[in-house]
Design a protein around this ligand. Structure first.
Ligand code: 5AD
Ligand code: SF4
Length: 468
């Protein structure tokens, strides 16, 4: 069958299933609770699953104990995320004992690995539904089977299909929203499980992205974050499609959208056109998350990152020159197999020279099925820990110094929320570049407030709303 027709036929089936679940749940008004692990892509997938559940008559529950359906969306990027997921899952056994009609579902990247999914199936007999990342849109069909026949459903597809359009999305109300622009990753960094569980890069059609963004603007959204594992490769898999920079300019034309963010980027795919869009388009935020992973060219080669230490430093410098006020954040892995003290010193040196505003740091975690997991010459855990602490101390000092430079400046902050603390009304939000600021003032969520930064506290900025 033609893939488009196949997709449409599949979606029709899903729509019918949603209607049938809704008819079944009409009187009971069941509640759902979703636990999400991992990155923004997973957070957004959970928004889609919540959208489907609400269309099927479910309403949200804050705690697992109050829910008739618990869904866990898992991550497998590092071992730590996996063990946390296993821990949480174990706890749901009690919920099921108290409420035998409870439906427990597990999905996400961890389940996309067939052996792990099988382990969950065997070890946790109370889990009713297991599905991977490639068939998330089929969740209503699986739920219907459980509700009608009380069977266990196990659906992990080996092949990633095209991008499925038209699913309902339940977003948190507010000024910000995520929009997925592409799925998967084809870079195959040797440590990374993502290409194995999320499939190859598949870009969404630009018209679908723009119409989703227009709809969000109409509903009051002011800031859009374009999501993908490798957003700056957007369009490379389309025959004559536009590239990422054109997409940015396209979103910027939408009235009501005031800020555009995006993540994550790969340094090898940063084009001149992207730098021009960041420098020339007022709405594109002056922040780029640009994972470097290591400062050692030898380790970068072993990681299959396709750039050297010097390439990265030159790129960071070029971007900072072209985009005044640009903030660069990064990801760094310590203890990749074969990383010597000298290699690690190169990482420290790069961090000192690149001018990062912040860095997320990780100890290398071997992932089964990736090339790096087969490498000998593993770095001992104690050494990895030591290096992580040393790196974190350097990064914290740098971030604190960066933040200090903001004191006295007045920034435009998009207000994300308001809370009371010690009888004081505190607003919080982010600057154009992406610093989080907590401030006193009368602004409401969705406003862009002028805020004077008065002081920093550990790693955060604090201030007060300036008179307008
Ligand atoms: N071990 C440690 N960190 C990893 N990351 C990805 N895979 C691994 C791994 N096996 C980190 C990278 C990536 C971030 C999302 O997670 O730094 O950029
Ligand atoms: Fe993983 Fe590399 Fe793809 Fe990022 S670019 S998702 S680190 S393979």
């Amino acid at each position: 069958m033609n893939p488009t027709i196949e997709k449409l036929a599949g979606l029709a089936e899903v729509t019918v299933a949603m209607r049938r679940v809704k008819a079944l749940t009409e009187k009971a008004r069941p509640r759902y609770h979703i636990e999400t692990f991992g990155c923004q892509m997973n957070v957004h997938d959970s928004e889609k699953l919540a959208g489907m559940l609400e269309q099927m008559g479910y309403t949200g529950a804050k705690r697992a104990g109050e829910a008739d359906l618990i869904l866990m969306n898992t991550c497998c990027v590092r071992e730590h995320a996996e063990s946390r997921a296993f821990g949480h899952l174990g706890a749901f056994a009690d919920n099921k004992r108290e409420n035998p009609s409870l439906v427990v579902a597990v999905c996400g990247c961890m389940m996309q690995q067939k052996d792990v999914a099988l382990r969950v199936k065997q070890r946790f007999p109370f889990v009713d539904i297991i599905f991977g990342t490639h068939n998330l849109h089929r969740f209503p069909l699986m739920l219907l089977r459980v509700l009608e026949n009380r069977v266990r459903v196990f659906e992990v597809h080996g092949e990633a299909g095209g991008v499925v359009e038209g699913l309902p999305v339940r977003r948190r109300k507010g000024a910000k929203a995520f929009v997925t622009i592409m799925q998967g990753c084809t870079n195959f960094c040797t440590y990374c499980i993502v290409p194995h569980v999320r499939g190859p890069e598949r870009s969404r059609d630009i018209d679908n992205i723009l119409s989703e963004a227009r709809g969000l603007a109409e509903s009051g959204v002011k800031e859009i974050t374009l999501l993908g594992q490798n957003v700056n490769a957007y369009g490379k898999d389309l025959m004559h499609g536009p590239g990422f920079a054109e997409l940015l300019w396209g979103v910027a034309e939408i009235d009501g959208i005031e800020r555009i963010r995006f993540m994550t980027c790969h340094p090898k795919d940063v084009s001149d056109a992207l730098i021009e869009a960041m420098a020339g388009c007022e709405k594109v935020c002056r922040h780029i998350h640009l994972p470097v992973q290591s400062g050692s060219t030898a380790i970068l080669r072993a990681m299959n990152r396709k750039y050297t230490k010097e390439d990265y430093l030159a790129l960071a410098g070029r971007m900072k020159d072209a985009v005044p006020g640009l903030e660069i954040t990064t990801d760094i892995i310590v203890g990749f197999p074969g990383e010597t003290r000298e290699d690690f010193d190169e990482t420290l040196d790069l961090v000192r020279r690149a001018g990062f505003s912040a860095a997320f740091t990780f100890m290398y975690s071997p992932r089964k099925g990736t090339p790096a997991a087969k490498l000998a010459d593993r770095v001992e855990k104690a050494v990895k820990k030591e290096r992580l602490l040393e790196l974190n101390a350097l990064v914290a000092g740098m971030t604190a110094r960066e933040n200090e430079a903001y004191v006295g400046r007045t920034e435009r902050v998009l207000v994300e929320g308001v809370r009371e603390s010690d009888g004081e009304r505190l607003c919080y939000g982010r600057t154009h570049a992406s610093k989080t600021v907590c401030f006193t003032g009368g602004a409401a969520p969705g406003d862009i407030a002028l805020v004077t930064v008065t002081h920093t506290r550990e790693l955060s900025l604090h201030g007060k709303q300036a008179e307008v």
